[in-house]
Design a protein around this ligand. Sequence first.
Ligand SMILES: [Zn+2]
Ligand SMILES: [Zn+2]
Length: 218
Amino acid sequence: MINVQKFMFNPFHVNTYVLSDESKDCLIIDPGCSDGVESLELTDYLKDNDLKPVRVLLTHTHIDHVIGCNAVEELLNLKPEAHQAGMVFLDHSTQTAATYGLPLDRNPVVEKYLNEGEDITFGNSKLEVLYTPGHADGSVCFLSREDGFVIVGDVLFQMSIGRTDFPTGDFDILKSSIFDKLFVLPEETLVYSGHGPETTIGFEKVNNPFLKDDNAMY
Ligand SMILES: [Zn+2]
Ligand SMILES: [Zn+2]
């Protein structure tokens, strides 16, 4: 059984998630810590719970989701894994960070690329990678079929969806990602977003104002 711990970091209030199981191995998803205090909050949690971080995963490579990658690499000796299509953002991270006044002295380096349908294993647990572009190229979701949850980054939020006005954003592609990859999941599937509170697939199918019109199809 996977335990999901949520942290809220940096001026963009990104949700950073630590997923662990009874083996004490854990994953860090979207390290958003942007200063020493936030990094310490993350590493204290790992220490206090005897967790061993084994992989760092990125839902996508927008600056608010990757700003803590270098700190995590320095503190935990782990480089992030991301979809290759997200390199277009990652390779400009220092410039983007500077425009928002965030400190970042080098572009994060990726350990390995993630691919659609790939299984992410850690401890006794497994997540499946879903490729879900539309908010940003390189956006992926991490699905636990066994535990009934999905980590969606900025693809879907409670009563909202990801912005499509950044480079590579596309509303129709985002809608396809949500309908074809997420709304086919069981209604009770818990949705952990990149910002804001949790929701469920069933709740969003009925209540999400950005997706409502198309619900007639389902
Ligand atoms: Zn984003
Ligand atoms: Zn974001």
